[in-house]
Write a protein that binds this ligand. Structure first.
Ligand code: FAD
Length: 462
């Protein structure tokens, strides 16, 4: 069935996070280029003017996103940028490897809300607030209220209704974007609506904001630290520096507060902190869901879901994914229409294609998680990425590690580098060497112990 946006159409957006603001920005940009008049309304109770409006995130903005925003004349102001990131440290038991960012790329850290819950910022530093203002500047209207119910019409020709309990009002729209993320009970409401929507599956991550001691600056600089250290039930954890805080992000199936605090007993972690550092008694922490699969049926007539509630790159820059899903949803609406068929065939098929890269990413992370406990594998990778004499292999290893954690390259590209015969051969030889070294070290330790026992026995005889 053909169903298109009419001139003067009303578009409702549920959620004022990145996906919601991006949807509004794309909608208004394309409508202007086509000389079409539309009215865009964003619903969200959060206004991002305090720390309590946080959308839970490490707050790293990727090079891809920063460049894409520039195309829309969106320049992130200096007061929003917490740190310009210079590089990544990979901290392993075997040592520390440093990866400076390529000179052509920009990465920065931001706060999603106006700082953490406990902070009192003088001016608004929230990235989500900034994006929302960009959408408003371009003509979107913000309604400070959540949507509690969505009523789909019996005929596709009729409008979709959004109900706000707080305002006790029904709002009618020609098209609705669902940009509500997955950290909301609205997901369950929609799953019950009968359109066949099923939210993505997720991991329960953990985050904490630690107040920044100025003496820590000498150790952290403007770098992100990824810890590849065996830790039960954690895949990895990272530190992201902000102006006055350090964001600790831990990824695993179900990260608890106790697990976050246990991180601060690990020697490789504590070496970054002043000796007398105590874990604060009160600190901002959260346990948000991070999507790991694609949603089922994230569309209907006059309705399309974008952002985390639809799809995101596996354990990667979700804000960039929100930018693209919103863009593809909007492009589909203008080019191919707003019917269920259009969203299924022209929008969702594209997302399914993108998700194929996530399948490769899951294999890479599975291998990483399976072997990160092996000393031989860790030390081989570490030496191949740092002091290896074969430059090609060293560069290849660095490409894989950089790509796996920064999200700068697709998982398919990383996999291609990882299955190169020359890389695998060097890796195997290094692992064999590492095992031999470990066996030799253990044998010499046993020999030393035995010698010590013999000497002890002899001295007893005398
Ligand atoms: C631990 C962790 C670390 C992360 N780190 C990064 C990172 O460093 N870089 C990166 O790019 N991505 C990161 N991400 C991913 C990123 O946070 C998400 O991909 C991104 O926030 C998705 O944007 P969104 O707009 O789809 O959803 P959200 O950001 O969740 O926004 C949804 C919005 O909808 C609103 N809403 C919900 N229900 C309703 C309703 N019923 N009515 C009206 N409004 C509603 C909410 O208030 C919210 O403002 C991280 C995620 C996690 C969990």
């Amino acid at each position: 069935m053909d169903l298109f946006l009419r001139d003067g159409a009303r578009v409702g957006i549920i959620g004022g996070g990145p996906a919601g603001s991006f949807a509004a920005i794309h909608l208004l940009a394309i409508a202007a280029s086509l000389n079409k008049k539309i009215k865009v309304f964003i619903f969200d109770k959060k206004d991002f003017t305090s720390g309590s409006g946080c959308n839970f995130c490490a707050g790293i903005l990727s090079n891809t996103l920063i460049k894409e925003l520039l195309q829309y004349n969106i320049v992130i102001p200096p007061e929003i940028i917490q740190r310009e990131i210079k590089g990544y440290y990979y901290e392993t038991i075997e040592g520390t490897a440093y990866f400076p960012k390529p000179s052509t790329s920009s990465i920065c850290s931001v706060f999603r809300a106006n700082g953490p819950f406990i902070s009192k910022e003088l001016y608004n530093v929230s990235f989500d607030y900034f994006l929302l203002q960009e959408a408003i500047k371009r003509g979107a209207h913000k309604i400070d209220s959540n949507i509690n119910k969505i009523v789909f019409p019996s005929s596709p020709q009729d409008q979709v209704s959004l109900y706000s309990r707080e305002q006790n009002t029904y709002y009618d729209f020609d098209l609705v974007f669902g940009a509500f993320g997955i950290n909301t009970s609205f997901v369950m409401e929609l799953e019950k609506s009968g359109i066949g929507y099923k939210a993505p599956q997720y991991l329960h991550s953990g985050q904490a904001e630690i107040p920044y001691d100025i003496s820590m600056d000498k150790k952290f600089h403007d770098d992100i630290i990824i810890f590849i250290i065996p830790f039960k039930d954690l895949y990895f954890f990272s530190f992201t520096p902000k102006a006055k805080y350090l964001t600790v992000t831990a990824i695993g199936p179900h990260v608890t507060r106790a697990m976050l605090e246990k991180i601060f007993t690990i020697p490789q972690v504590m070496k970054y902190f002043p000796k007398k550092l105590r874990f604060p008694l009160e600190y901002c922490h959260c346990h948000p869901k991070i999507p790991i699969t694609v949603a089922k049926n994230p569309y209907y007539h006059r309705f399309v879901i974008v952002g985390d509630a639809c799809w995101s790159r596996y354990l990667k820059d979700g804000i960039t994914s929100a930018f693209y899903t919103s863009k593809f949803g909007v492009e589909c609406a203008f080019k191919y229409g707003i019917s269920l068929d259009a969203f299924r065939d022209r929008y969702f098929r594209k997302i399914i294609q993108l998700d194929k890269d996530n399948t490769v990413g899951k294999i890479l992370f599975k291998v990483h998680n399976r072997f990160k406990g092996s000393q031989a594998v860790r030390s081989s990778l570490f030496s191949m990425a740092t002091n290896y004499t074969n430059k090609k292999i060293r560069e290849n290893t660095r490409y894989i590690l950089w790509g796996l954690f920064t999200g700068d390259y697709s998982y398919k590209k990383i996999m291609k580098k990882a299955i190169r015969i020359s890389f695998i051969m060097h890796f195997i030889i290094n692992i064999i060497n590492a095992y031999l070294r470990i066996i030799f070290d253990n044998l010499s330790k046993i020999n030393k112990k035995n010698k010590f026992r013999i000497i002890k026995k002899r001295s007893k005889v005398h």
